[in-house]
Design a protein around this ligand. Structure first.
Ligand SMILES: *[C@@H]1O[C@H](CO)[C@@H](O)[C@H](O)[C@H]1NC(C)=O
Length: 553
């Protein structure tokens, strides 16, 4: 063994010890029944990956003919983002394909999820504005991935709407369906010989609610009473349209998959013994996830809970129609079944309780009659509303299985933010990854949920939307102070490499047989004597000591 090997092992041990310390110092959560660590592996061929999105990493905001997107417009206005950060340069991925490929190759990921910047390909959103240099960039990136045996997972729309299309009201305009279809059709035709996994929209719920309801993210439309419902209606039709385009024109020759990345926080009822709270938690999930998943994966229509809530409220508010639009039978048939697999983005869990909202506030939010809080005893992260609650992932995955008829599931985003004080020593992310991936493994191995892939968010620290560069989700640290934007693997990148290589967390007994070098009675007695209190902690300690023994051979 080289000295380097030993050094890296020692580092591992230290990290495990820190993780152990973190586990024992945390007060026992209210949901401690979920704390046991599960050893096991995913099947061969499990789709491990990392993610990014165009606006967050590319930079080159006006390079080679790219048109502005709504995010360029928004972030370039002083005062909108902390420190007036913006994505003008971001990670400079537009000029750093090789640096990005290097990281992906070093991680040995099987899949890279990234998005296409619509206005780089069609600067004003329309096909007539075609920009070959933008197309060339994606051709080079995709070819580089293929050459390295990394499957591209391509998001067609990750929030960066061409500004010119927002100028005609963006997703509140029905015409967008055809304009989006023309763009997607072009992408399938141009890249589909190599891209076999398409994601139409990233988090349509965030687009509709945060973009057109709260007005927090671009296009910053603040019409919470009905714009989100109209926008979601159009997004669903646009999604269905481009699914059918793939089906009719490309599937036979290209043989890829088409889906949509929906976002959900697991909603844990405040009290599972109170039916009203259980119903409220289910309603919260229906409003957030079911809004899109119910039409696509069930019957082409919105969940009953949504139709009833918005319908009843609208009636009591004296409106002639429900603020939630309805689909014709033709629409329903067109939308139902338009995803080949289920893609979910998830970051945290909320505890949900029933409230009776005031009728004089007309909003998607008050329509739900729920209130959401952070879960007791969950770990803080650099984002206040994103506590780390690993057990919620297993419940969410089980809920998806039950609700949507046992679909194949890809976790297309999951990760944790750290602040700028953390560069490469990201212990929090190691803890997050270990515990979250283990909950996905439990869902797969113990509950029979058909989890097919896990995409860690994200490849590297990026422009984090409304938070600018004040936080990062990366497995790689990017120094935004230097114009060369150097990328450095964090500790979590090493851990994730191991998880992917092992396909999970192999059983300690398998490992024991593999190496067969445990000195009799050496570790086990020490570990159990000192740390009997926490099964989870014990396992961590055993694993750390095991690694130390292995490294001696
Ligand atoms: C109101 O809610 C009930 C179920 O609680 C439902 O049967 C009814 O159709 C709803 N009314 C409207 C106008 O949506």
């Amino acid at each position: 063994r080289s000295p380097l090997f030993t050094v890296s092992r020692v580092r591992h041990i230290l990290l495990w010890m820190i993780a152990l310390y973190l586990t024992t110092k945390t007060k026992t959560p209210a949901y401690s029944h979920s704390n046991l660590y599960h050893y096991g592996t995913f099947p061969e061929g499990f789709h491990w990956g990392v993610s990014s999105s165009a606006y967050q990493v590319e930079g080159g905001w006006n390079a080679d003919g790219k048109g502005p997107s709504v995010w360029d417009t928004f972030t370039q206005k002083p005062g909108n983002i902390p420190n007036n950060d913006n994505g003008d340069v971001a990670c400079d991925s537009y000029n750093k394909i090789d640096a990005d490929l290097y990281m992906l190759r070093a991680l040995k990921v099987k899949t890279y999820r990234f998005s296409l910047s619509w206005s780089r390909i069609f600067p004003n959103g329309y096909k007539s504005s075609h920009n070959q240099k933008g197309v060339d960039y994606y051709d080079r990136l995709i070819d580089g991935l293929i050459a390295n045996n990394i499957a591209p997972m391509v998001t067609l729309y990750h929030w960066d709407l061409p500004q010119a299309l927002q100028d005609i009201s963006g997703w509140d305009n029905l015409e967008m369906i055809n304009i989006f279809n023309e763009y997607c059709d072009f992408c399938y035709a141009t890249f589909g010989d190599r891209v076999k996994f398409w994601i139409t929209f990233n988090e349509p719920q965030t687009i509709a609610w945060s973009g057109y309801g709260l007005g927090q993210i671009p296009p910053n439309v603040k019409q919470p009473r009905d714009a989100p419902y109209r926008v979601a209606h159009n997004l669903l039709k646009a999604h269905a349209q481009v699914y059918h385009t793939y089906d009719e024109k490309y599937r036979a020759s290209q043989g890829g998959l088409v889906s949509i990345s929906l976002n959900a926080e697991w909603a844990e009822p405040l009290d599972i013994n109170v039916p009203r709270e259980v119903v409220a938690a289910d309603r919260a999930l229906q409003f957030q996830l079911g809004w899109f998943a119910h039409p696509i994966f069930k019957n082409g229509d919105y969940p009953d809970a949504m139709k009833w809530q918005v319908g009843n409220k609208s009636e009591l508010q004296g409106l002639p129609n429900s603020r939630l639009p309805s689909f014709t039978d033709e629409d329903k048939a067109f939308i139902q079944g338009t995803a080949d697999v289920f893609c979910i983005n998830t970051y945290t869990t909320k505890v949900v309780r029933h409230v009776t909202s005031r009728l004089n506030i007309e909003s998607y939010e008050t329509d739900q009659d729920v209130e959401k809080d952070n879960a007791d005893g969950s770990e803080n992260t650099a984002v206040n509303e994103q506590k780390a609650v690993a057990w919620g992932l297993r419940r969410l995955l089980n809920w998806l299985k039950e609700e949507y008829g046992d679909p194949e599931i890809y976790i297309t985003e999951n990760g944790v933010a750290t602040g700028t004080a953390i560069t490469v020593d990201d212990t929090d992310r190691i803890f997050f990854l270990k515990t979250y991936v283990d909950e996905a493994l439990k869902a797969h191995n113990l509950d029979g949920v058909r989890v097919k892939g896990y995409i860690a968010s994200s490849l590297m620290d990026s422009f984090e939307w409304l938070k600018g560069n004040t936080i990062g989700y990366g497995l790689h640290y990017v120094n935004f102070k230097l114009s060369s934007r150097p990328r450095t693997p964090k500790r979590s990148a090493h851990l994730y490499f191991d998880i992917m290589r092992n396909n999970g967390f192999p059983l300690p007994t398998e490992e024991e047989m593999l190496y067969g070098h445990f000195p009799e009675g050496f570790i086990w007695s020490t570990a159990t004597a000192a740390y009997q209190v926490s099964a989870f902690g014990t396992n961590l300690l055993i694993l750390s000591l095991r690694i130390s023994i292995v490294s001696k051979h």
